[in-house]
Ligand binder design. Structure first.
Ligand SMILES: NC(=O)c1ccc[n+]([C@@H]2O[C@H](COP(=O)([O-])OP(=O)(O)OC[C@H]3O[C@@H](n4cnc5c(N)ncnc54)[C@H](OP(=O)(O)O)[C@@H]3O)[C@@H](O)[C@H]2O)c1
Length: 258
């Protein structure tokens, strides 16, 4: 039975994997014996993370500012120069923008949509040769997109371009899954609820806001590193090989149990 969940020996790329949700996922994959590439915009943070994460397993931190499709192409080229195959691509790097509707700026649209939707698409397109090389019948290559409950439920975040971008990556997941199924490449989207990262510090670090949020979550807690790492390990294993085009909601019941 253990071999059903065994992913040791695979190679993964987790964008934005040096901190936040990406770090939770990357650390979990490393613990499961995967060679993990992570990215950060900042060289110092990438170096520090590589040192720390190499204590767990084989980890390479690359510097990439994924604010443009060109940067995604460059990152893919770097991967292609280093690896013959990529078993797991986790499109995690992302950003949000919150402001009242009346003053929500136009510039918050292209910036958020580029990193949250276009860059994941470009990375898949450019990494297709490596994904094809890794995919096998019964154990396909996995693309795991990080979406959000904000794509499926209305959260009081005033994050208009973010919610639209996450709905976009959810639908893009289904479209790409249909295109790539015959190539032994699966594409799924994880929709996290609330995990304590920098992105949600404005809620988590304010007692009153945190209590309000917890009162709305049926399981009465935030997500943990094990929650999201466990789901990614499962999806990357043979046990998860029959999922494609799926939306996996991991939110303590926030979106669906109310
Ligand atoms: N936390 C939650 O509750 C939650 C809920 C739903 C969905 N999510 C999703 O989870 C993903 C990670 O978010 P998080 O919560 O971990 O937030 P975070 O702590 O703010 O982390 C954002 C990550 O994205 C990377 N990033 C941002 N802009 C980038 C850019 N231009 N180029 C390259 N990397 C960039 C950051 O890397 P560097 O700063 O190191 O460059 C960082 O690793 C996002 O897609 C987010 O939408 C999070």
């Amino acid at each position: 039975m253990a071999s059903l969940f065994d992913i040791a020996g695979k190679t993964a790329l987790v964008t934005g994997g040096v901190n936040g949700l990406g770090r939770m996922i990357a650390d979990g994959l490393l613990r499961a014996g995967v060679k993990v590439y992570v990215t950060s915009r900042k060289a110092a943070e990438a170096d520090k993370a590589q040192r720390e994460m190499s204590q767990i397993g084989q980890c390479v931190a690359l510097v990439a500012d994924l604010a443009s499709a060109e940067a995604a192409v460059a990152l893919a080229n770097e991967l292609k120069a280093r690896e013959p195959a990529l078993h797991i691509l986790v499109n995690n790097a992302g950003r949000t923008w919150g402001a009242p509707l009346e003053s929500f700026p136009d510039k918050a649209w292209p910036q958020v949509l580029t990193i949250n939707v276009q860059v994941p698409f470009t990375l898949v397109r450019e990494l297709l040769p490596l994904l094809r090389a890794a995919g096998a019948s019964g154990d396909p290559a996995r693309v795991i997109n990080i979406g959000s409950v904000a794509a499926i439920a209305v959260e009081p975040l005033s994050a208009y371009s973010y919610a639209a971008s996450k709905a976009g990556i959810h639908q893009l997941t289904r479209v790409m899954a249909a295109d790539l199924a015959h190539e032994n490449i699966t594409v799924n989207v994880i929709a996290p609820g609330f995990f304590p990262t920098k992105m949600m510090a404005h809620i988590n670090n304010v007692d009153e806001e945190r209590e309000k949020l917890l009162s709305r979550i049926p399981l009465k807690r935030l997500g943990t590193p094990d929650d999201v790492a466990g789901l990614c390990i499962f999806l990357s294993s043979r046990a998860g090989s029959y999922f494609t085009g799926a939306e996996l909601v991991i939110d303590g019941g926030l979106a669906n149990c109310r």
